[in-house]
Structures are given as C-alpha cells and as structure tokens.
Design a protein around this ligand. Structure first.
Ligand code: NAD
Ligand code: TYD
Length: 354
C-alpha cells in the first residue's frame, strides 16, 4: 500500500481517484482537512475497502509513526501543503508550519520507519515529494524555460516555503540515503480545483454574474497542465524515477492570464450562454496587482520525457473544455465549498483592489 498526504486536496484527490482507476493497491490518505481539504472530493470511495482515510497533520510525528507502523506503506507521496500564493501574502505562518516544519517532521518519521525496514523493502521504498515550478522564481520573456538545474529564486512566502521543503528532501537523500524523488510541476487545472485559484474562480464568478478579477495587466504567463497529466507524471516518477533525482513536469502550454480568462468566457458563452445574450468577457475587471507577482513560469519537461517516457495526454484546448464542463456539471460541489470561510477569504483578498 501507499501513503498519500494531502489526499483530500485538489491534486491529491485527483491522484487517489486516478490511482484506483488503475490499481487495486490500497491507499492510506492523511489530510488535516484545512479549508482546502474536502472529503467530498473522495466521496466516490466511501465504501471502497482499498481506501483508508485518516484526518491528521503531517507534522504530528506520533500519528505518522503509528500509521507507518500499522500500514507499512511501500511509498509515501507528499502532496500536503498550504498552496495558495495570495494566502501566503496575507498570512505566511501556516506556510512555514506545514510546508517547512511539517515536511521536516514527516521526513523524520519516514526516515525512522525506513531505517527499520528489511533490506529488500528498504531498497524498494520511495518518498515522493510533490513540488512546484514557483521555486525557480520568475522568467523574463524569451528566457529559456526552467530546467531541473535552474537556480532556486523563490519570490513569495509560498514558493520560499516549498523551496525550503525541497532542500530538506534533497538533504535527507544525501545525508541519510532516504530514497527520495522530487517533482516540480507547473500550474494545474481540472476537476475539484478550489475556486480561489484563477481558473475555477473565473468559472464560478462568471456563472454567478460577478466580476472576473484580473490582477495587473493580465499578461503574466503560466504553463498550464491538466491535473490528470500531473497524476500520470507522478505515477511514472514513482515507478521509474532515478533515486534522488528531480523531474520538472509541465504542459508546454504557456498562456497569459488574460487569454485564459478569455478562453473560459468563450467556453461558457458556448456551453451556458448568459441569459441576456451578452458575452461573459464583459464581466472582466482589472484589479490591483498581486505584490511581488511573478511574471512568467515555463517548464522544460524534456528530462521526464527523455528518461521516463512521460508526456501529457491533454492539450490545453481539450483539458480546459473538460474542466469548464465539470464545473457546470458539479454546481453542488461548488456550492458546498463556498462556505462562510470561503466568503471571508474573498472579502479579504479582493477588498481594496478596486
Ligand atoms: P490544495 O491546497 O488543494 O491541497 C492541499 C491539501 O493538503 C489539502 O487537502 C489540505 O487539507 C492538506 N493539508 C494542508 N496542511 C496539511 C498538514 N499540515 N497535514 C496534512 N494535510 C495538510 O493543494 P493542491 O493544489 O492539491 O497541491 C498539492 C501539492 O502540489 C502541494 O504540495 C503544492 O505545492 C503542489 N503543486 C500544486 C500545483 C497547483 O497548480 N495546484 C502545481 C505544482 C505543485
Ligand atoms: P493562481 O491560480 O493563484 O496560481 P499561482 O499564483 O500559483 O500561479 O494564479 C494564477 C495566475 O492568475 C497568477 O498570475 C495570478 C492570477 N490571478 C488573477 O489575475 N486574478 C485572480 O483573482 C487570481 C486568484 C489569480
């Protein structure tokens, strides 16, 4: 069996659902269920005997040690994190606690467990750390895309905390021999994406007749990857990745934010036209920029393709259409995550931006 942390979040839940579509190997999910964790994402597994869910913190060494002893996983995949840049600007402390201190405690618990395994199990064990391209900082137009050897230059409390966790993971391999793998992926989109991030926020606001807040000039570039392609990359690295190596994962889909918003609006015009017949893009509102906003991210994913044969299955056009359709088909999920806590966040982040 495998242990998946952060399994009730956006990517973790997609990973677990996809895993069971392909494997019968059991999964223990460990998630603190912060505002971003949602058991409804895993509702289809409620009576599935292959799935065990435990609510808890990766930093709780006693609990993690107990779970490792009890379930004896052959791998740990670490998705658990605070993940939203804007939240890290308003309140960095949770990011330091979970992404740095939490990852440290998790590594310590895993190291103790791994040290006690028999030789063969020890050789086969893997700790896969899921990280982000944001650790590499910001690119200017025309700069080459981030390769695995690009220097770390994190600019937000979020990316700095992820960078620190990547360094700890690396150090546990070099110092203790822990069999680790790290993936640094670009921006994901797809089902179960919490509607505080760009794409789901635009879909949800558009349908609710609300403004579509574009930060600054909207010309910041991200490299978008459909979440299920990220999941397939992680399975591939888990199976075939070379120990201690880093693999950058990306979709070769560099898009400016404004173009993303235009695409979402055009799909909604087609799939769920506004009652007044006007285009959704009329709802776009340019608002004050994010402090320290990174201008461009782009991933050079040639290593994972060359060494492991991984390639994304979706183009941006197919992935974004599926995503918009998913939100149209799952309005109940959207309504449930828009709790009081969600509304407070929207108020805090967008008040005073115009
Ligand atoms: P998310 O915020 O949707 O989910 C994170 C999950 O971790 C939530 O379920 C939350 O409850 C849980 N969690 C938070 N603190 C915890 C703790 N201390 N102990 C246990 N569980 C805890 O994030 P996501 O978008 O699914 O991202 C998952 C991972 O992938 C993160 O490590 C993130 O840095 C990385 N990543 C995300 C993207 C992206 O575009 N979303 C891209 C590259 C890498
Ligand atoms: P986000 O989804 O928060 O991901 P990240 O900051 O990790 O890349 O944001 C994606 C891009 O969209 C980023 O450049 C910020 C921008 N953005 C907006 O323009 N308006 C918004 O309301 C949000 C949430 C993001």
């Amino acid at each position: 069996m495998i242990l998946v942390t952060g399994s009730a979040g956006f990517i973790g839940a997609n990973f677990v659902l996809d895993w069971f579509a392909r494997h019968d190997e059991a999964v223990v999910g460990l998630d603190k269920l912060t505002y971003a964790g949602n058991l409804e994402n895993l509702a289809s597994l409620k009576d599935d005997p292959r799935h065990i869910f435990v609510r808890g913190d990766i930093g709780d060494a006693e609990l993690v040690t107990k779970l490792l002893k009890q379930y004896r996983p052959r791998a740990v995949i670490n998705f658990a994190a605070e993940s939203h840049v804007d939240r890290s600007i308003h309140g960095p402390e949770d990011f330091i606690q979970t992404n740095i201190v939490g990852t440290f405690h998790l590594l310590e618990s895993v190291r103790a467990y791994w040290s006690g395994l028999a030789d063969e199990e020890k050789t086969d064990f893997r700790f896969l750390h899921v990280s982000t391209d944001e650790v590499y900082g910001s690119l200017a137009k025309g700069d080459p895309a981030f390769s695995e050897t690009h220097r770390y230059e994190p600019n937000s409390p979020y990316s700095a905390s992820k960078a620190a966790s990547d360094h700890l993971v690396r150090a546990y391999h070099h110092t203790y021999g822990l069999p680790v793998l790290t993936t640094n992926c670009s921006n994901n989109y797809g089902p179960y994406h919490f509607p505080e991030k760009l794409i789901p926020l635009m879909i949800v606001n558009a349908l609710a007749g609300k403004p579509l807040p574009v930060y600054g000039d909207g010309q910041q570039i991200r490299d978008w990857l459909y979440v299920k392609d990220h999941c397939s990359a992680i399975r591939c690295v888990l199976e075939k990745g070379r120990l201690g190596e880093v693999y950058n994962v990306g979709g070769c889909n560099e898009k400016a934010n404004l173009d993303i918003v235009h695409t979402v609006c055009a799909l909604l015009d087609e799939l769920r036209p506004r009652a007044d017949g006007k285009p959704y893009r009329e709802q776009i509102a340019f608002v004050a920029d994010r402090p320290g906003h990174d201008r461009r991210y782009a991933i050079d994913a040639r290593k994972i393709e060359r060494e492991l044969g991984w390639k994304p299955a979706e183009t941006f056009e197919t992935g974004i259409r599926k995503t918009v359709q998913w939100y149209l088909d799952n309005q109940g999920w959207v309504n449930n995550v828009q709790s009081g806590n969600y509304r407070q966040w929207v108020e805090k982040n967008y008040a005073g931006r115009d």
